[in-house]
Design a protein around this ligand. Structure first.
Ligand SMILES: Cc1cc2nc3c(=O)[nH]c(=O)nc-3n(C[C@H](O)[C@H](O)[C@H](O)COP(=O)(O)OP(=O)(O)OC[C@H]3O[C@@H](n4cnc5c(N)ncnc54)[C@H](O)[C@@H]3O)c2cc1C
Length: 567
């Protein structure tokens, strides 16, 4: 029988995940002369949510918002109330808002273009309204942001270990000792011993059935399968917010590529959302704005929703981007070229002869996501430390900061590296650690089988279980049935893999099942409904007295235990 080979690496800090947070963490750690390895499941040049670009980043720009009469504190308060529904790690959010501009200036030093001659704002910045009630969203040329960052990682002297999917954490005497990954191309187990680990593997996607019916036709990067969250949970780290789904209401193109935020958002000045009668349901960017943070600003919303229009018989819903001047159109195309999946959208439209000037784009709701608005992940303190000493988390990996998105990744990555470096300065020897036994056994088991179930069948079953029992109707009995079903699947699937690529997918199934079980358990525990982000049929009321909290879940002696934390 073929046995898996194990290769060992050592460093002071192991950064897991080479997305925006992981790259920034590796750069900062290397700047501080720390011996760092950045491990990525794909390649940091084009990986994670920002693989194909970013068109905007929010932050506090004192010369602009200050002049418009909005203070940093007001902007943070706006985020707390309107983006995070009050449930947010306030100190971390404040840190993100206050230091986002510093990290944007780092990006500029690394080579990103952020200033434009046509801007009349201080610093020649292009700032727009997006998810806050003040103009604080910088438009920039972010199409190659991952290339720029990964080049900076290399220039700074950090090592990159690409195509290694981290599966488990190494632990010694109750403290972090490194990480264990599977080589998605070389098929080896990589044991990376380290004095500190920064987790930055992003969101948990591929849990829910995609609307187009194809596993990889989702808005989020399909390679992000909650690996970090599952590994941390198995190592006893406490996770919070895992019961929340992304806030519903996001729609994307129905038949084209399912990227960015059509029809309105920061990047389409002329973009409106209209019903089949041509009535405007989402306003265009030109028509919004206003000064204050507390409600007088005119927003995209018209009081009508796409879903409501569909149900009222006035569907389909379209993005109508034909409004506006030539200049508006030019600006929009520039912005879309830089936004995640935007270049793909433009390419497809071009090949089908579609033109924003003449054609409306049909929209459809995106599949449920366990993403940034949910902010499920390890609870972190004010320096990104998780509940396992020496283990830090940053960006979309971390729990408790909904809507932090790219600025959260840049700033927390930077902070986590500084915190991790302080720890490594105090530890003399790199620990040995334990933690690879189960994943090695799982891989060897699959490799020893000549016949069995392909990973695609497990994936389809997970999609069904999670969608049926966690989306359509959420209640204690439904969640218990979901848990039972995932347990049954885990106990009966006999996966096979013909090559490292297929074995990687098998390992993803293990993580998706673990993430699903965490979600069901937390769903059972949160006995209330909370606005758009969480509804229980058996507890329809919001219950602030008992549930205005982060719900923590961790494993103790193979039993899941819960704890509440005030935000
Ligand atoms: C289409 C789209 C457009 C967006 N546009 C914007 C925007 O314009 N502005 C904005 O502010 N936000 C935007 N966002 C959100 C933003 O991109 C994310 O919030 C941000 O990238 C999070 O950074 P991160 O480093 O935490 O995770 P990611 O950037 O997603 O990176 C995660 C990394 O972890 C790696 N990884 C995963 N699992 C493993 C594993 N097991 N082992 C090793 N490595 C692993 C992945 O390969 C990836 O490199 C967008 C998101 C999407 C999906």
């Amino acid at each position: 029988m073929k046995r898996i080979e194990i290769q060992e690496h050592t460093c002071d800090i192991c950064v897991v995940g080479g997305g925006l947070a992981g790259c920034m963490a590796a750069i900062r750690a290397a700047q501080l002369n720390t011996n760092v390895i950045l491990v990525d499941k794909s390649h940091p040049e084009r990986s994670g949510c920002a693989a194909t670009g970013l068109d905007h980043v929010w932050g506090y720009f004192p010369e602009v918002q200050g002049r418009e009469g909005v203070s940093l504190e007001e902007m943070v308060e706006d985020h707390i109330q309107n983006v995070a529904h009050g449930l947010v790690h306030k100190k971390m959010l404040h840190y993100i808002a206050a230091t986002s501009l510093d990290r944007i200036l780092d990006l500029e030093r690394f080579g990103a273009k952020i200033r434009f001659e046509d801007s009349t704002l201080p610093g020649k910045l292009r700032l727009q309204y997006q998810m806050h009630a003040c103009r604080n969203t910088l438009h920039f040329e972010g199409r190659d942001v991952k290339r720029i960052l990964s080049k900076a990682v290399r220039n700074q002297g950090a090592r990159i270990l690409d195509r290694v999917m981290v599966m488990e954490l190494l632990v010694e005497d109750g403290e972090i000792a490194g990480a264990v990954g599977y080589g998605t191309r070389d098929g080896k187990i990589h044991r990376i011993r380290a004095k500190a680990v920064v987790m930055a593997t992003g969101r948990a996607n591929r849990l829910y059935k995609p609307y187009p019916g194809l596993t990889f036709a989702i808005r989020m990067p399909p390679a992000l399968t909650g690996d970090g969250k599952a590994a941390m949970f198995r190592a006893g780290v406490e996770l919070i917010n895992m019961e929340f789904l992304s806030i519903p209401g996001r729609w994307s193109s129905k038949n084209l590529i399912r990227g960015g935020g059509l029809p309105t958002g920061s990047y389409q000045p002329p973009g409106t959302g209209v019903n089949a009668l041509g009535e405007v349901i989402r306003r265009r960017n030109h028509d919004i704005g206003g000064k204050t943070v507390y409600g007088t600003a005119k927003t995209f919303a018209t009081g009508k929703s796409f879903q409501g229009e569909l149900e009222a018989g006035r569907g389909p819903i379209y993005a109508d981007m034909s409004w506006g001047s030539e200049e508006d159109q030019k600006y929009m195309l520039w912005a879309i070229e830089n936004e995640g999946l935007g270049p793909g959208l433009l390419h497809l439209m071009d090949s089908y002869g579609l033109d924003f000037r003449k054609h409306k784009i049909e929209l459809w709701p995106i599949e449920p996501e366990h993403s940034a608005a949910a902010a499920g992940g390890p609870i972190v303190d004010d320096i990104c430390q998780t509940t396992l000493p020496g283990l830090y988390a940053a960006g979309d990996e971390a729990g408790g900061i909904p809507g932090s998105v790219a600025p959260g990744a840049f700033t927390m990555g930077y902070l986590a590296a500084e915190s991790a470096t302080k720890r490594t300065d105090q530890i003399k020897a790199i620990p040995v650690g334990k933690g690879e036994e189960q994943v090695v056994a799982f891989c060897n088991d699959i490799l020893s089988r000549s016949d069995g179930d392909p990973w695609e069948e497990a994936q389809a079953t997970i999609h069904n279980i999670m969608t049926d029992y966690n989306v359509h109707v959420r209640s204690e009995t439904m969640a218990n049935r979901g848990l039972e079903s995932l347990d049954y699947l885990a106990g009966t699937m006999h996966l096979t893999a013909a090559n490292p690529h297929e074995l990687t997918h098998c390992l993803e199934m293990r993580n998706l099942i673990d993430c699903g079980k965490i979600i069901f358990r937390s769903t059972i525990e949160r006995k209330e409904s909370r606005g758009k982000i969480f509804q229980r049929k058996d507890y329809p009321e919001q219950d602030d007295a008992n549930w205005f909290c982060f719900l923590g879940q961790k494993m103790e002696k193979d039993v899941a235990v819960f704890q509440k934390h005030s935000p």
